[in-house]
Every structure is written in C-alpha cells, then in structure tokens.
Design a protein around this ligand. Structure first.
Ligand code: NA7
Length: 542
C-alpha cells in the first residue's frame, strides 16, 4: 500500500481489555482520533481468553472495576465477593456498550508489526491481514499475562487425545466427564481449575513441579446490605485503593511478626486465614521483607496444608519449601487442597521425576507412564515482555525492542522506553502493574498517558521519549527496591524464571502503587522531568 492508502490517526491502541477500553474512552473524550486493534473475536483481553473451569479474579469484585464513572459504579451489580470470569467479561462488554466504544474497535485483527518512521516521526502498524495504519502515538494495551507459555515437550504433536491451554480454553466449553485428564501446572490457574475439573473428570492426574502456597478465598454471594454499603462508599474506597501499596485496600497490620508473642502471632494468622484471600500477606508489616517473619507464616500455611490433606505423603508433596510465601504470586483457592482427598485425583511430583515426553496415549515421567484422554496445560505465560515481543516493535533507526531488551526490559516509569518516541506501554515492566490490583494501576497509567498527550497538544510538542539517564536511574531503582524484599528469592515469572532462556531480571516495581502514583505525578508536574520533549522534525528539547 502506498502512503495515500494508509489510514492516518492520532492514536493507535493495541488491545481491547481493561486497558484498551479505558484508553479509548479517554482519548475519545479528549478529541484524539483513535482506533483499537484487537486480535480476539471479542473484547475483554484476559477475561476473553481465560475461560477455563474455575476462572475467577483474586481481587474482590468491587475493587476490581473501573472508577472513572460513578454512574457505572451505581448501575452495575457484582454478585459475588470474587467475580467469576463470565461476570467480568459481561462487565467489560457492558462498559463497551454503555460508552459506545465498539465503533472504534477493530476485532479479529492481530498486529504483527509496529514501526517508527524517523522521517515522518509517526508509527505504522501492520495487521496480520496486511492492513497498515499510521498514527502519531502508539499505545500498547496488550496485558502482562497474555502470551501463553506452552512447554515444548517431546511428542506433543503425536498425542491422540485433546490438548488444552487454560488461557485458550474453547469457547463452547469442554466436556471432560468420564475422561482421564492430566493437568500440568499448579500456579494460580491450575489451583483454580483442578478442583472444578476433578468434579467432572473420571480421573485427574496433577503434574506438579513446584508446590505453591494457596490461601482459601472464602468466596460468597454479596448480600444486599453489602452492595448498598459499597455503592454508598465508592469514592472513599477508590481513594484508599489508589493510595494503597497494592491498589487494594487491605487491613494492614503495622506490627512486625517478630515483636509479638507466639500466641498473638498464631491468633493473627488464624484471623487472616479465616478472612482469606490477599489479606493474608497483610497479617504483619514485615511478611514480604523479613525472612524470619515470613517463615512463621510459611510454617503456619504448611501446617494448614497438613491438616487438610488426609494422606501424609500427598500433604508433604503439597507443602512449598523452595520459596518464601508471597515471593511467587500467592494463590487464592476454593477447595484446592481438599480436592486431593478425592479418590479420583492423583498428585505426581515432576520435580523429582521430570516429564520426559508426551506419548500418543498419555504422558511419561522418569517414574512411569500415565494414560490420559486429555492434557490441560496450566503452564502460565511469557509474562510482561512476551506479548510486546510478539509484535515486532521497531523504534528510531529501526532498532528492535526485542534487541534493546534482550538482557532485560528497560523503561522509565514502566511507561516508555528510550529510542521509541510516542510509544506508551500500559502496565509495562518497571511499573507496579502485575503486583497490584490491575484496574487501579491501569486507570492511573491511562490517565497519565492521556494527560501527557493533552499537555503535548497544548504546548505544541510532537514527540516525547525518556532520556537515557532517567531510564537507567529508574531501572536501577526498580532493582534496588526489589532487593529490599524477598521477591528475588523465588524462581517466579516476575523474574522471567519460568521461560527457558529468558533473562533473569526482576520486572515489576515493588515500591507500591500509592508511592508510584505520586512519583508519576511529580514527573508530570515538573514538565515531564526525565523525558525529552520535541517539536516536529526539530528534536528541540526543554
Ligand atoms: P504460573 O503461575 O506461571 O504457573 C505455571 C505452572 O506451570 C507452575 O506450576 C509451573 O511450575 C508449571 N510449569 C511450567 N512449565 C512447566 C514444565 N515445563 N514442566 C512442569 N511444570 C511446568 O501461571 P498461571 O497461569 O497459573 O498464573 C499466572 C498468573 O495469572 C498468576 O500469577 C496470576 O497473576 C494470574 P514451576 O512453578 O515453574 O515449577
């Protein structure tokens, strides 16, 4: 296509999940011509794709929602404390309809390249269908956990049964009744799916490499009184979420686990266990920073596991010992451990006896062969960078993002990366995103980006990118903050450890959502300190 045929826009947004929908809404309000490109057949992002049995959010529904529209808050009804995937997807579809977003969203359109033109100083995307579109701004809203990780086991293609990945679960659903099902993976996803699959299948064999700590959700239906009280207090609740450490208001105990008596510690652990969910890690102030404090809690959870599981050998296998609690994403479950007491569930340790191959009729570990009709991969994602790398992004001088980030992602504030002017990354590496309640982080990013675009329009700037020094300082800061916590002690996807060959760099910012918000605002208030702002073809900076 020649230049004349290329659609020209102010902004291209890639992805129509929580981020892309709100980005579109804001830019439309500000009068920027914007179009959203989405690979899926429908909107919803994470909640479009992850339809496996038991899929549910770990943040309470009232916190896991948009705050930008008080009317939306008042009219939408959440049915349960923790929302199920279909309910979140319905919510996002409601948002798209209510704010008339659909006309600007192009579905079934995978972006395969994103390139900056040094001469026109514009971005051009190309879609899988060959369509090319050009814009002054390109905004990625592709999510942090969206590129599936499917380990390349020997023999995979020869398997005669069905293979499923939890994040690509068939929309028509899957009938597993009467089937012998293998599940690989015991992260958040496996832990949610296994109990539901076990209710259906003839037999479930769980292949576990690393046990995780899982806390009961104690999910339940919200009462009418609770719903009314939430609706009355939304402004206060949002304010406190924005200022909180994790984007979720928890009842944080400011005392150290080391300064209380054994009885008091036990009492507090029992209390948070009974509340369930993410509240667990707020039991004491130092669970995520002090190994001794952390070990008290890890011991408590291991004891709970021991109490729940009838077979002592299975209980032993389910108890994590290789990482501090919370240093990998803590899991939240509904009847996970109890499921291992069923007589149609077998736990197989593939740490001691690794998976050797998939055979036409099942799966073989170093310890023996398991006959299976279906295999479910609950093996997670190439987190934070995978979806960005899949789009072949090229910035100034044709530099590829994949090359620039080959030894680890480099951003300033998680929002932009030097050499890629006017490319904004929503919830990028170096931002608190994946360590937080996502909608709160997403709204903050979207608002920062749209404020920045508005500022540039008002001041007639045409380009913005981080100064290299500012980016280097931010990367160093992200690492330094992480090193004050126990996070680097785990082989987690936060650190790229789940993907063979991926550089081991701690990617998210653990400094807290509230502090991060203040920092981003200061940068903006100081005329976008640390960024280079330019005028058309002038490269003038302030
Ligand atoms: P996770 O948390 O990355 O879990 C993936 C699981 O799959 C985990 O238990 C892995 O074991 C296991 N896995 C991955 N590769 C293999 C191989 N090759 N062999 C055996 N086992 C393997 O992904 P989830 O989808 O559960 O959750 C991702 C996030 O989504 C979650 O944290 C929430 O934020 C939402 P490992 O621990 O690597 O030994």
């Amino acid at each position: 296509a020649d230049g004349a045929q290329i659609k020209q826009l102010d902004a291209i947004v890639i992805g129509a999940g929580f981020s892309g929908l709100y980005m579109l809404y804001r830019l439309r309000e500000l009068g920027f011509s914007t179009r959203v490109y989405e690979a899926a057949e429908g909107i919803g992002g994470t909640w479009y794709w992850n339809r496996y049995p038991g899929a549910r959010c770990d943040s309470p529904s009232v916190h896991y929602s948009y705050s930008f529209s008080p009317e939306l808050e008042q009219e939408w009804e959440w049915s349960e404390k923790y929302p199920r995937q279909p309910e979140i997807l319905r919510y996002l579809n409601h948002v798209a309809d209510r704010f008339d977003l659909r006309p600007a969203i192009q579905l079934n359109t995978r972006v395969v390249s994103v390139a900056y033109d040094d001469v026109t100083e514009r971005w051009t995307i190309q879609t899988e269908q060959g369509e090319r579109v050009s814009a002054m701004y390109c905004i990625t809203a592709v999510g942090c956990l969206s590129a599936p990780n499917t380990p390349n086991f020997k023999g995979l293609e020869a398997f005669k049964g069905h293979i499923y990945h939890t994040s690509r679960w068939p929309h028509e659903g899957v009938d597993l009744s009467g089937k012998r099902v293998g599940v690989i993976g015991t992260g958040s996803t496996g832990i949610q799916a296994i109990p539901r699959i076990a209710e259906q299948a003839a037999h479930v064999t769980v292949f576990q490499r690393t046990p995780n700590y899982s806390i009961p959700a104690h999910n339940r239906v919200l009462t009418e009184e609770e719903k009314a009280s939430i609706k009355k207090n939304y402004r206060q609740l949002r304010q406190s979420d924005r200022q909180s450490h994790s984007g979720l208001t928890l009842n944080v105990n400011m005392r150290s686990a080391l300064e209380v008596t054994e009885e008091e510690r036990q009492r507090r652990f029992d209390e948070v266990w009974a509340i369930g969910g993410l509240q667990m890690l707020a039991a004491f102030s130092d669970i995520s920073v002090n190994l001794e404090a952390n070990t008290y809690m890890a011991d408590f959870v291991r004891t709970k596991i021991g109490e729940m599981i009838h077979d002592p050998e299975v209980a032993r296998l389910l108890m994590p010992h290789d990482h501090p609690i919370g240093s990998k994403r803590i899991c939240i479950d509904t009847e996970y451990y109890e499921t291992y007491n069923r007589n149609n569930v077998t736990l197989v340790d593939v740490r001691t006896y690794p998976i050797e191959e998939i055979t036409p009729t099942g799966l073989r570990t170093q310890n023996g062969e398991y006959t299976l009709d279906a295999i479910v991969f609950a093996t997670g994602f190439d987190a934070m960078t995978g979806a960005l790398f899949n789009m072949n992004i090229r910035g100034k001088n044709g530099q590829s993002l994949n090359e620039k980030w080959a030894i680890g992602p480099r951003t300033y504030l998680g929002l932009m990366t030097a050499g890629f002017p006017n490319l904004f990354i929503i919830t990028g590496p170096g931002s608190p995103s994946v360590l937080s309640n996502m909608p709160v982080s997403i709204e903050q990013h979207v608002e920062w980006i749209s404020d920045c675009m508005q500022y540039m329009r008002e001041h007639r700037f045409t380009s913005i990118e981080p100064r290299v020094e500012a980016e280097d300082a931010w990367v160093a800061h992200v690492n330094e903050v992480a090193n004050h916590t126990l996070f680097p002690l785990a082989n987690s996807w936060y650190i790229g450890a789940n993907i063979p060959g991926k550089p081991r760099i701690f990617m998210p910012y653990v400094g807290g959502v509230g502090n991060y918000r203040v920092k981003c605002q200061e940068v903006a208030d100081n005329g976008y300190e640390g960024f280079r702002l330019g005028v058309e073809n002038g490269h003038e900076s302030i």
